[in-house]
Design a protein around this ligand. Sequence first.
Ligand code: NAP
Length: 527
Amino acid sequence: MSGQALEVKTPVGDFVNEPFTDFAVPANRQRMEAALKKVAGELGREYDLIIGGERLQTGEKIRSTNPSHPDQVVGVFNAGTPELVNRAVETAQRAFETWRAVPYERRADYLFRAAELMRQRRLELAAWMVYEVGKTWPEADADIAETIDFCEFYGREMLRLGPPQPLTPIKGEKNYLQYIPLGVGAVIPPWNFPAAIMAGLATAAIVTGNTVVLKPSSDSPAIAAKFVEIMEATGLPAGVLNFMPGRGSQVGDPLVLHPLTRFVAFTGSKEVGLRISELASKPQPGLRWIRRTVLEMGGKDAIVVDNEADLDAAVEGVAVSAFGFQGQKCSACSRAIVVRDVYPEFLKKLEERVKKISVGPAEDPKNFMGPVVNKSAMESIQEYIEVGKKEGRLLAGGGRTAGDGFFLQPTVIADVSPQARLAQEEIFGPVLAVIPAKDYDEALAIANNTEFGLTGAVYSKNPAKLKKAAEQFHVGNLYFNRKCTGALVGAHPFGGFNMSGTDSKTGGRDYLLLFLQAKVVSEKVAS
Ligand code: NAP
């Protein structure tokens, strides 16, 4: 990376969310088609591993493929090794010594510049995700909008947290509190928001003065490579952001366990998150700190449908939350808990609604659902569907749809018991369990009856019932009379309770503090 000086152009305006692209507008559709065509011409290229600005090729390659057309190679990536992990962490540590001293306004400016570059390449970046993870046009566009939001929001947050923070004045002393960075961070994102989560974790770490070894998901290294390219174009100094593709099972442990790894910022499954938590906290020779971990993990999110709900709105909210991006959002509705009085009518309307969902290649804008991310995900989801057929009654879907991709029908299993596997385990695919409840109180109790606590929603017109849910429904992000997906940076700081993670709220005003430590300086002065 060039390390050229960057002119500070601190923005004056308040943060506002990046608008979504309206693909009903013919000119926008044409621009997206052109972006898809451009990216199609660039598929299959090889990408280097990058340490301290040095580009490296390794013996082992990871192939990222298109889940809509599995024979199509999106990119070929040089995979890291434990030795290269050591080198990357040590390089990042050296870069930290200078990066930490770069004024915070200047660090923020790299993010503002990155946001600008992403705006210029917005639909092209979205097109990469259409090919790499099977996001439909609006889903891919929203992912990039959120990525831009993270850059703009965290940049502004750094401007707020950068100066000395106020303390209670006392006589005879001059005191101040300054937030300082931690050190080298391992950034380990998932594939499901392959731009927004990956870049959100990395930019939060960088803007706060830390340096990063970014290990992208092996299902989505191409969009991560594009992000690294953009950060290089901002002039970010070499070594601040190191790019380390590699299988989690091979490079994960060495990265977490390196004695110079000061923190791990992870988003992904409960299993991997808990493993990182355990490994990161183990005492080791040479380890001079308690490693910090920011762990955002899975969900088993529920929408409660009350007998006083607008049923049409509830059906729409459930369908969109359950099947948007093929149910592969951590916030996706995987349980609809419906009060018995309205249960039969709800099922009837839901069945009709789900039949209208079209499934097929993500590059075709006619499809509301694309493929699931890979073959093993598809097989695991199919196994759950078989379990569901035994645990409940198949109401809709249940099989594959035509095409060479990993296409599954939107699947609804009704009459599921709250204790069933389908009601307890994260499936991470287009499978919805519908659970009847005798009344609203029982519905809330069922909603809380899993180990997770990420998102939830309630459909009811009764304000007293909504108040009760606000007090009792134990999730990090609770929505009333709307879908349980689609959190916006700044407006809906996002993160869950219990086994859903460490309660870190991305896109919120506490978030950057997870990447900082507070130093207090007290000086005796003449009173
Ligand atoms: P995953 O399998 O846990 O993988 C996440 C990341 O961890 C990937 O980069 C993966 O690399 C890496 N990894 C795998 N094994 C590792 C190890 N032993 N040590 C260190 N890193 C390792 O999760 P995923 O399938 O990508 O993502 C889906 C999960 O993420 C779901 O559970 C979803 O609910 C959760 N999620 C949560 C949130 C939230 O905000 N709470 C948001 C999005 C997603 P490889 O790809 O190379 O295996």
